[in-house]
Design a protein around this ligand. Structure first.
Ligand code: 9MR
Length: 375
């Protein structure tokens, strides 16, 4: 009798607290950060075409911004001179328009996934500066112009910096010179004066590279070139960057007067043969079981580290929300992540918020809870 008298109010209180907590827990990532920044996901071809309906449902439920993982890259839309494949890109943009998403265009000028012919004349020789500039302008005008007023944000130049902050000696740089970056931004601005224009790169918490991107932004601004945003890709690791490093980099970029987009977020959990948070696509290594330790599931302690790292990063993003325009994950479920195949092919990685069945991993709830912790 005494026990039941005591238990009832306790039970009632417990149910009430649980119900309140449940009612307070935001229903989705986009709702959790509503009014702070967009929360986005990169879409692959199966998602864009509607073949992967399970992922499409997750995208619609959780995200209010999309990026094209590959569909808008030069090699896809214009693989041969005069040959244009707009089908997938058009479907991507139509999906975003239909669902009122903040639509990102990725990307216009990069040294990778650009066909070799772009840099050469019919005689096979490298183009002159003027001829390559004309080709770049034509490409930017065609692509940006096609989606004018629909794609709100363009990654204009991608990965132009080396890790030491100097300019990468890509063919763009070698043929046109260092001002190819300013020219690309100028053409993009002419093609759609209202679009947000972004410089996008990885490993920007590395002090030398951070200094390089800040130099670049300041120089562009001093020349009167429109640049609105820096994309920090954040292809991260369990122990890197630290929250302090991430915060310092966001703030250092933001004081130059641009927004920050966390543009390609994922966290590698597997043994890492490289250094830094690189996404250097030229890195390749042969596969071996030693490099693929968890083909059948992530051990609990590693799952916990993943949760902690995601929560730590989102606490920073939330604190710095006034400077952040979006946080985009580079994919939806672990099954589709590029990190299963880079820099070592055929691995089982766990870098995203949804597992291979499309179910949330513990980091998902931790991220949902971050704004609530601060209130
Ligand atoms: O996720 C993309 C993968 O499917 C492509 O094979 C790869 C080719 O370079 O590009 C990946 O996306 C990259 C993005 O466009 C730019 N930053 C690094 C990303 C991961 O490599």
């Amino acid at each position: 009798m005494r026990a039941s008298c005591f238990t009832r109010p306790v039970l009632f209180a417990t149910v009430l607290i649980a119900a309140t907590a449940w009612a307070q827990q935001p229903a989705s990532l986009k709702q959790a950060y509503q009014g702070d920044f967009y929360v986005g996901a990169a879409m692959n071809a199966a998602e864009i075409t509607g073949q992967d309906q399970r992922s499409d449902a997750i995208i619609l439920e959780q995200f209010n911004s999309i990026s094209p993982e590959n569909a808008l890259k030069w090699a896809i839309v214009n693989p041969e001179p005069g040959q244009y494949n707009w089908g997938l890109a058009d479907q991507y943009v139509a999906f975003g328009v239909e669902h009122h998403m903040w639509i990102v265009g990725h990307n216009l000028v990069w040294h990778n996934q650009v066909p070799a012919w772009v840099f050469r004349g019919k005689d096979g020789k490298l183009l002159t500066r003027d001829a390559l500039l004309a080709r770049m302008k034509e490409h930017i005008f065609l692509e940006v112009g096609r989606y004018k007023g629909k794609i709100q944000s363009w990654d204009v130049v991608n990965e132009a910096l080396n890790d030491d902050g100097t300019l990468r000696h890509s063919l763009w740089y070698r043929i046109i010179g260092p001002d190819y970056i300013a020219k690309a931004f100028q053409y993009a601005h002419e093609a759609d004066p209202k679009a947000q224009l972004t410089y996008n790169d990885y490993n920007l918490t590395n002090p030398e590279k951070l200094a390089g991107v800040i130099r670049l932004v300041k120089q562009l601004k001093a020349e009167g070139v429109t640049i609105d945003c820096v994309g920090m890709q954040n292809h991260d690791h369990l122990d890197s960057p630290t929250a302090a490093e991430e915060d310092a980099a966001i703030r250092a970029i933001a004081v130059t007067g641009v927004k920050v987009a966390i543009s390609e977020l994922d966290i590698n959990v597997l043994p890492w043969p490289g250094t830094g948070n690189t996404a250097e696509v030229s890195m390749h290594m042969a596969s071996s079981p030693k490099w693929n330790p968890w083909p059948n599931g992530l051990p609990r302690d590693v799952q916990q580290k993943l949760t902690d790292q995601y929560a730590a990063l989102f606490r920073v993003f939330y604190k710095d929300r006034a400077d952040i325009s979006r946080v985009t994950f580079w994919g939806v479920t672990n099954a589709q992540s590029w990190l299963n195949n880079w820099p070592i092919p055929g691995r089982t990685n766990y870098p995203l918020l949804l597992d291979r069945e499309g179910k949330p991993v513990p980091a998902f709830a931790a991220i949902l809870n971050v704004p609530g912790e601060a209130r």
